[in-house]
Design a protein around this ligand. Structure first.
Ligand SMILES: [Zn+2]
Length: 362
């Protein structure tokens, strides 16, 4: 009997390793946006930026559909209270600029995006962004937006009628927005033929009727009413518990901490592995500091434990990690030693650029 290592037989065709150990040499970072080579691959930087991009993981195709990329309107100190200030400053932060940190303003840069999967003949969306025309009195950056998200979905070859499955990794404002669209004065499901998979733990937590208290205050106000309840009323929500198999390649599991019902999609196809981790992390700095949460984590201890567990699984299985909000190439492979994790390389997707979203918004 011989043992076979789990995970992909061949290395991913990574664009370039980018972590603290291999960041650009001093003096090469330049101003943000003007020197994309500073933190992305030289090869990728010569390609035109795209808002839709594609890669294959086993028998499953994965397409990135951007809704937004740019400043997150949060300083790193506010976004990641536990990460030391020097992480975001000077040469130490060069590997984070410009994809994850705006060098001029010092604010965090984030993407809001959907991971579009085609698996076993079905079309699956993981997370649906912020949406258009929503009233967000306590999240003004996401209020009354008017973007071409559905046009970019169409550019990826998908009409709303084509979508078979929607996965909401959790029920925060920036993950359920396109669940619905405004028709007259009513919010209706954007994807009329889809089953929407929502963890019951999150559905119950965010349902105002249950009067649960969020540590986030009112930032998620209106979200359940305009983006979750209409789907449920239409009979299109499947509230799953514990674990849910989507198909032979894809499985949903609870990964609580960021929210009580936060979940991840694990992709296993042949020897290829990937895991779509939602808001398990918002910056690659958290790979190096996995005990540091974002300010949006409801249960800090559980979020830390879940992040360490999933980083470990991804490293051990050479799985591509797809966070919900990373700029740059959007997905990465991680590696670990006995006590630490590191970024091993980035997926061969083109880098999001700030200019992609110019002219859109409100
Ligand atoms: Zn989010």
């Amino acid at each position: 009997m011989w043992l076979r290592l789990p995970g992909r037989a061949q290395p991913w065709p990574m664009t370039r390793t980018a972590n603290r150990l291999t960041a650009a040499a001093p003096g090469t970072s330049g101003p943000p946006d003007a020197a994309p080579e500073a933190s992305g691959s030289a090869a990728a930087s010569r390609e035109p930026a795209r808002t839709v991009d594609h890669l294959q993981v086993g028998d499953v195709s994965v397409t990135r559909v951007l809704e937004y990329y740019g400043p997150a309107d949060l300083t790193p100190a506010d976004f990641f209270p536990g990460i030391p200030a020097h992480t975001w400053q000077g040469e130490e932060a060069s590997w984070l600029r410009p994809d994850f940190l705006d060098g001029a303003t010092g604010v965090v840069r984030s993407a809001v995006q959907t991971w579009l999967l085609r698996s076993e003949g079905r079309t699956i969306l993981i997370d649906t962004g912020v949406g258009n025309h929503k009233e967000r009195p306590y999240s003004p950056v996401w209020s009354r937006r008017n973007t071409g998200y559905l046009d970019r979905l169409a550019a990826a070859g998908v009409t709303p009628q084509d979508v078979d499955v929607v996965v909401n990794t959790h029920l925060h404002v920036d993950h359920v927005g396109w669940n619905t669209r405004l028709e007259g004065r009513d919010w209706v499901p954007t994807f009329p033929n889809a089953v929407y998979l929502m963890a019951r733990d999150d559905f119950d937590f965010w349902n105002p009727a249950n009067e649960r208290r969020s540590v986030l205050g009112r930032g998620n106000q209106n979200v359940f009413e305009d983006s979750v309840a209409p789907v449920h009323r239409a009979g299109q929500a499947l509230l799953w518990e514990g674990s849910h198999r989507i198909d032979a390649h894809l499985r949903l599991d609870l990964a609580p901490g960021h929210t009580p019902g936060s979940s991840v999609v694990t992709l296993e196809s042949g020897t290829d592995r990937a895991v779509f981790v939602g808001d398990l992390m918002h910056s690659p700095a958290q790979v190096l500091m996995p005990d540091c949460n974002s300010c949006f984590c409801e249960d800090p201890a559980a979020a830390r434990a879940t992040r360490r567990r999933l980083l470990g699984w991804a490293a051990d299985h050479r799985a591509l990690l797809f966070p919900a909000h990373f700029g740059g190439p959007g997905a990465l492979e991680v590696t670990r030693t006995a006590s630490a994790f590191a970024v091993k390389g980035w997926a061969p997707l083109s880098r999001a650029t700030h200019q992609d979203m110019t002219g859109e918004g409100r």
